[in-house]
Design a protein around this ligand. Structure first.
Ligand code: MSP
Length: 637
């Protein structure tokens, strides 16, 4: 069956606190699930909590709660946490769920009956935090090789899983399925791990009253990893829904980071092979979010809580928390390639917000909305696609978007969306709608606005897996049913559009709060800027700037007050161009300014530079870089 997509995340240790790393995997699964749903697939997306470990017992004790009460309340927090980020899973599986316990007992009995589980003596180490067994060779100074915490040496009678029996089968499987683990570097790592030999693994601990016990020996609890991996069978109807299982198995993608690939790429497929089932089609291993060069994790105390980021972003921008959560999840995939490690920075998030969302995307919607109201009273005009390469360009971007989504290259998918956004902004510059209106070129104007609105529809669909809340806002603004059709010209003319006035308010770069600090930073700026007189031409600092806001001067008909972005700073320029440009026309334009002209006050408004214009007789126009994608802040020389 081709039209199904079954994606999973690891089930998280219930005693941990969710952080960016957990959100990353879960949001990625949500993105994949939403995308495949959009493409007409039947999807199953599951996440959940790993609850049967010893450390849960310790954590409940620390919290002064009954274990069951503790896991119930923590599971509630995890699900609410994911809801905050607009994650729409089909099941949040808990390993204490009754159906899961039944499946684990069934699977363990089957593997035992098949002769792949046997009783033996275990001599070695166990790390309760990582829930991992370690050999003498692997342990140095009594510390866990993974988390570096003190671990205990144990000597007990245990059950073992005959992993050694699967070495050749696993090697064969990976040889025949070179895409079963991605990126390739992880595939190579796993293959070499298997080639080095696979000792049998201990899969039990003496029962301490918590966890699932062996159906045939109640004195032993099943090792949490053996129990946890089986969750993927539980969620797909393995025991209780043969039809569902038949349709969904094997999983299309298990997502995770590199810390747990041995379990998922060696032990888990061997367990499935023992049962006569196929391993997952793919394990995709994404990078780590790091702090100070180390994996972000609760045990290291270096985690970033994405909820704090949402609050911060919401405060800085004034947007509501649901949309801010959307932006955080988008940023995680916008910023870095999915397979690579990354470092989170609030500053980068704010830059991306300003450039990509407020400037590019927000501006486009705002400009097109203003023009639709100005020229067509807010109704979508009946028009054709504007001539030129726009149609083929957009189709190319959609193809890249799809191809990248299918290959887990989310950053590239987002880039394809932004290529359309930037192209649309450029179209406005090229076709100069205000001039079309002035020259009574109504048909062309209709074509342009219709094209731009249809592009916004496509953008809203493509961005939906990443920013479902934002997509909903835009889709609602069209006042008509928008399905997931990624072909062009699917907008019905004649409907009234109603987009919010400003979706992503622009944020000024944070200035130091205290008076003293304020003074210092002004001084610093003054030092850096070398003011020069108008005669001393060569000393002028010409820069490309992007016009963020424009309004009429309240006291002078001739003047417009512009907020422009130059590099990472925003400044105000008062320009005598009101006779030639309406404020709306200027928003989003890239212009050349004199950046180091000594600030002056013009009719009560500070002006920190000058917009370069060409003028001849009664004509005037601003000068713009020929390439609209030229970075603002770029030196003009
Ligand atoms: N309970 C096991 C998984 C059992 S699955 C059958 C477990 N839980 S965990 O809470 O430690 O989650 C590990 C997973 O969380 C990683 O594989 C990754 O998906 C995500 N992340 C946790 N920290 C991370 C980063 N710092 N960066 C990126 N993702 C990481 O292991």
């Amino acid at each position: 069956m081709n039209n199904k997509y079954f994606v999973t995340t690891p089930i998280y240790y219930i005693s941990g606190k969710p952080h960016i790393g957990h959100l990353y995997t879960t949001a990625a699964a949500d993105i994949l699930s939403r995308y495949h749903k959009m493409m007409g697939y039947t999807t199953l997306f599951t996440t959940g909590s790993d609850e049967n470990s010893q450390k849960v017992v310790n954590a409940a004790e620390d919290a002064g709660m009954e274990i069951k009460q503790f896991v119930d309340s923590e599971a509630q927090k995890w699900t609410e946490y994911f809801f905050t980020f607009n994650v729409k899973f089909d099941r949040f599986i808990r390993t204490t769920d009754k159906d899961h316990v039944k499946v684990v007992e069934d699977v363990v009995s089957k593997i035992y009956d098949l002769g792949y589980i046997y009783k033996g003596n275990y001599e070695g180490w166990y790390c309760v935090d990582c829930e991992s067994f370690w050999t003498d060779k692997e342990v140095e100074d009594g510390l866990c090789p993974e988390c570096k915490r003190k671990i205990t040496r144990i000597s007990e009678e245990n059950y073992f899983f005959k992993l050694s029996a699967f070495q050749d089968k696993l090697l064969d499987f990976y040889k025949n399925n070179p895409k079963a683990i991605e990126p390739t570097s992880r595939y190579n790592e796993v293959v070499s791990m298997i080639q080095q030999g696979l000792p049998d693994v201990s899969i039990s601990r003496k029962s301490q009253g918590w966890g699932i016990t062996f159906p045939f020996d109640k004195n032993h609890a099943i090792w949490v990893w053996f129990d946890a991996l089986i969750n993927y069978l539980t969620v797909s109807g393995y025991l209780d829904d043969a039809e569902k299982f038949e349709k969904l198995w094997p999983a299309d993608c298990h997502l995770m980071s590199k810390d747990i690939i041995r379990f998922h790429c060696v032990i888990w497929p061997a367990m499935l092979m023992a049962l006569g089932l196929k391993p997952a089609k793919k394990v995709f291993v994404h990078g780590w979010w790091l702090t100070d060069g180390e994996k972000m994790s609760k045990s290291k105390g270096n985690v970033i809580n994405p909820k704090d980021v949402v609050l911060d972003l919401s405060q800085k921008t004034g947007i509501d928390e649901a949309l801010a959560a959307d932006i955080v999840r988008w940023f995680l995939f916008r910023e870095t390639s999915f397979g690579e490690d990354a470092v989170f920075s609030m500053e980068r998030l704010m830059d991306r917000y300003n450039f990509d969302l407020a400037n590019d995307l927000g501006n486009l919607i705002n400009r097109v909305s203003v023009m639709t109201y100005k020229f067509f009273k807010g109704f979508i005009p009946e028009g054709n696609y504007i001539s030129g390469d726009i149609e083929s360009f957009v189709n190319e971007q959609i193809a890249t978007f799809n191809e990248s989504m299918e290959n887990y290259r989310f950053k590239d998918s987002i880039e394809a969306i932004w290529n359309i956004i930037r192209r649309c902004n450029k179209l406005i510059e090229e076709y100069k709608p205000w001039e079309l209106e002035k020259n009574d070129e109504t048909a062309k104007l209709k074509d342009l606005i219709f094209t731009l609105l249809d592009e916004i529809r496509l953008i809203a669909i493509m961005i939906k897996p990443f920013m479902p809340k934002f997509s909903e806002i835009v889709v609602n603004g069209f006042n008509q049913e928008i399905n997931n059709d990624l072909s062009i010209r699917k907008l019905n003319p004649g409907e009234l559009i109603q987009f919010p006035k400003v979706i992503f308010p622009r944020v000024k770069k944070e200035k130091k709060k205290t008076k003293e600090a304020g003074k210092n930073s002004i001084k610093k700026e003054e030092k850096a800027i070398e003011y020069c007189s108008i005669d001393d031409f060569v000393k002028f600092d010409f820069r490309v700037a992007s016009i963020l806001e424009a309004k009429k001067h309240p006291d002078a008909d001739r003047l417009l007050i512009l907020q422009v972005q130059v590099g990472t700073t925003t400044k105000q320029i008062v320009a005598g161009i009101a006779k030639y440009y309406s404020p709306e026309e200027l928003i989003g334009k890239k212009v050349v300014i004199v950046n180091n002209l000594k600030p002056v006050v013009l009719r009560g408004e500070k002006s920190e530079g000058m917009v370069m214009c060409a003028s001849h007789k009664k004509k005037l126009c601003v000068t713009s870089p020929e390439d609209i994608e030229m970075t603002c802040g770029a030196k003009v020389k």
